[in-house]
Design a protein around this ligand. Sequence first.
Ligand SMILES: Cc1cc2nc3c(=O)[nH]c(=O)nc-3n(C[C@H](O)[C@H](O)[C@H](O)COP(=O)(O)O)c2cc1C
Length: 270
Amino acid sequence: MKVNCLYFSPTGGTKRVMDFMAEELPVDCWVDLSVRDFDYSQFSFDEKDVCLIAVPSYGGRVPGIVLERLRSMQVRGARAVLVAVYGNRHYDDTLLELRNEAVSSGFVVRAAVAALAEHSIVRQYAAGRPDEEDRKQLHELARKIKSSLEAEGECAQVSGADSEEEDEREPLIPGNMPYREYHGVPVKPKAGKACNKCGKCAQLCPVGAIPKDEPGSVEEEKCISCMRCVSVCPQHARKVNPIIIMATAKKLKNVCSERKENELFIGSQQ
Ligand SMILES: Cc1cc2nc3c(=O)[nH]c(=O)nc-3n(C[C@H](O)[C@H](O)[C@H](O)COP(=O)(O)O)c2cc1C
C-alpha cells in the first residue's frame, strides 16, 4: 500500500500531528493543500492508495478551500483516514463533513482521528500542543490504524473484498447534519509598521488574500483568517486586533480550558 498524506496546515499544528502519526505509519507522499494556483487535478488515487486527509477545524467545519482542492482530484476506491485537528474547543461536524465529501469524491473511509493542536487564533488554548503526551497517543492511534489497514489488505488479497464487507469497515463518525453554521470570523490580520514589504505573506497565503504588489494590505472578503501570514512573517509585522482576541478568549474560556484528548474512530476489524 502507498500512504499519501494530504494536509492543510496554515500555522503548522495539523502538520505536526501528521508528522507524529507518520513516525508509526510512514508516509510515502506528502501533498500540501495550501498552495495557491496549484493544479490539484493532477493527483489520482486508487485502491492501492491510502490517503491520510488532515485538516484544521474552523468553526467546527472543514475549511472550504480544502473541499474545493480535494474535489478536483481523481479518486477511485482509495482508502481514507480522516484527521480533524482542533484547538481545544471542539471539532463538531468537521469529521462528518470530511467523511461525506471524501465518500462523494470516491474514497472509502477506514478510520478517523480528532487531534489537538494549539489554537491558531487564541494561542493560550492547547498551547504547545501536540506535546509529548499527544505524541505517545498519536503513535498508539497510528499503530492501530496501520495494523487494521494491513489486515484488510491481506484479507482482500485472499478473499476479494465485497461491498458489504467494506461498509462494515467504515467507522461511525461523530457529527450532525445540517452541519454547524460557520460564516468565518472577524479576525483579519493587518500589517503594522514593521512590515518591510518582503512579500512572504502574499506568496504563502493559501487563498491569495494579500496582493503581491501591496503586501501590507489584505482583501478581507478573500481572507479565511487562517493566520498563516501572522505565523510566517519574518518581521512579526502581521497582527490581529488584540481586543478581538481577548474578547474571543474570554468567550471560549469555559469550553476551552480543560485539556481534551486525541480520539480514534475505527471500523470493525474482521
Ligand atoms: C478561522 C479559525 C477557526 C477555528 N475554529 C475552531 C473551532 O471551531 N474549534 C476549535 O477547537 N478550534 C478552532 N480553531 C483552531 C484550529 O482548529 C487549530 O488551531 C488548528 O490546529 C490550526 O491548524 P494549523 O496549525 O495546521 O493551521 C480555529 C482556527 C481558525 C484559524
